[in-house]
Design a protein around this ligand. Structure first.
Ligand code: URA
Length: 436
């Protein structure tokens, strides 16, 4: 086979066969197809797209480029979840121990912060001693013993994704929908779970700005999962304002712990319960929605899920005492309150992207890969969309290292809030579910 006709045919909008895509992926990973030709092919895909069959074949070729995990000898059903990333999204830290407490195995491989969105690994590393870099033998032993793990993506899995992503990043081809879907799903398939729930976000704080784009991505990912024989379902959720009240690593871990103790923000628990219910139903571990929700709520209220988080933290080298005493997490010395200056009004919107930018500026995330991350800094929202605020009432706490950075952040954070003189309504209603 030769790369040139494959670029030419994709440029014309033709469909490539599974054999051709497998060859292309293998040759690229082996460095026998140079970057400039692969880049040309990626740009052709960016404009011409790929059929569902092509997207599945590319994903399977990417999976075949590395190791895969096989959990078939495990007595428990193995589940996985992916979120397309948001602001303040600490759902995995609540969901993983909750489902493991329900008797499922949950092997969650996560990433670091990307752009303005936070990464679960950075959040977990706010726990003193916590290790995210388990090797595959350690991972297996831990999952066999306690039923869950929250770790970094193993470099042994899907090396093709690392190589392709790096090239997409510098050739303006990250935003090609079939390439996003195959990148995400290749890692889920290689992770070995038989049941996968995808939380696809849309809105100002999300990777996908509109519900239409999120729906298209969700469909493409569900088709890959189902095509590969996995039970797959996607839930579309809005990400216009941050999830929960906190953005920043230790603050988010504390909020996840609070949620497992039943004292977290309602929106975080609602989303966790929703994703957990889909996982229980899809893996046939609950007969209906009501019983799934009741079981998960009982596991929270009995303290079983929080105890499972403590087990997980201890297994990965962290200080498990943080689960009962979150004051042991890193904290700052400067907390500045941002107060409402206008007359009594309602919060119309809190721009998730703007809050993320402020948090990044405080040092909670990276501008470039090598930037250090400050675990303690961040923002805690004291008012969110539809809340009524009077003059002088708190809008947000700013957790900063110095008075100067806190003052700067306060001015920028104020711009994230929009107000209205009419009672604002929170868009509610059933979330759209795709697949399964
Ligand atoms: N996340 C991924 O893992 N891959 C993409 O291509 C985009 C987001």
């Amino acid at each position: 086979m030769n790369i040139l006709p494959l670029i030419e045919r994709k440029k014309q909008g033709s469909e490539l066969s599974a054999d051709e895509l497998s060859w292309l992926c293998t040759e690229f990973v082996a460095r026998r197809v140079p970057d400039y030709q692969m880049a040309a092919w990626l740009m052709a895909v960016r404009w011409r797209g790929m059929t569902a069959a092509e997207t599945l074949a590319l994903t399977q070729a990417m999976v075949a480029s590395g190791a895969t995990l096989d959990w078939s000898d495990l007595a428990r059903p193995v589940v996985d979840k992916h979120s397309t990333g948001g602001v303040g999204d600490k759902t995995s830290i609540v969901l993983v121990p909750l489902l493991a407490a329900a008797g499922l195995a949950f092997v969650k491989m996560s990433g670091r912060g990307l752009g303005h969105t936070g990464g679960t690994l950075d959040k977990l590393e706010a726990i003193p001693g916590f290790r995210v870099d388990l090797d595959l033998a350690e991972l297996r032993a831990q999952v066999e013993r306690i039923g869950c793990a929250l770790v970094g993506q193993s470099p042994a899995l899907v090396p093709a994704d690392g190589a392709l992503y790096a090239l997409r990043d510098v050739t303006a081809t990250v935003d090609a929908l079939p390439l996003i879907a195959s990148s995400i799903m290749s890692k889920k398939l290689a992770g070995g779970a038989e049941t996968i729930v995808l939380d696809v976000k849309y809105g100002s704080g999300a990777f996908m700005p509109t519900v239409e784009a999120a729906r298209e991505l969700a469909r493409a990912m569900v088709e890959i999962g189902e095509g590969a024989g996995r039970r797959t379902r996607a839930v579309l959720s809005p990400m216009d304002q941050p999830l929960g009240e906190t953005v920043g690593n230790a603050l988010e871990v504390r909020e996840a712990i609070d949620t497992l103790h039943g004292r977290g923000p309602a929106d975080l628990w609602t989303l966790t319960l929703e994703l957990g219910t889909h996982l229980l139903l899809l893996s046939e571990q609950a007969p209906d929605v009501e019983q799934a929700r009741a079981r998960l709520t009982e596991l929270r209220d009995s303290g079983a899920a929080a105890a499972k988080l403590a087990e997980l933290v201890e297994a990965q080298g962290g200080d498990p005492r943080v689960v009962d005493d979150p004051d042991r997490l890193p904290r700052v010395s400067h907390i500045r309150m941002l107060e409402h200056e206008g007359p009594e009004q309602w919060v119309a919107a809190v721009d998730a992207h703007a809050v993320a930018e402020v948090t990044l500026e405080l040092g909670a995330g990276r501008r470039v890969k090598t930037d250090p991350v400050d675990p303690a800094v961040g923002v805690r929202l004291r008012a969110k969309t539809a809340d009524q605020v009077a003059r002088g009432e708190p809008l947000a706490e700013i957790h900063a290292r110095t008075e100067g950075t806190a003052a700067q952040a306060a001015e920028r954070l104020r711009q994230a809030f929009r107000f209205t003189t009419e009672p604002a309504e929170l868009a509610a209603g059933e979330k759209e579910v795709i697949g399964g």
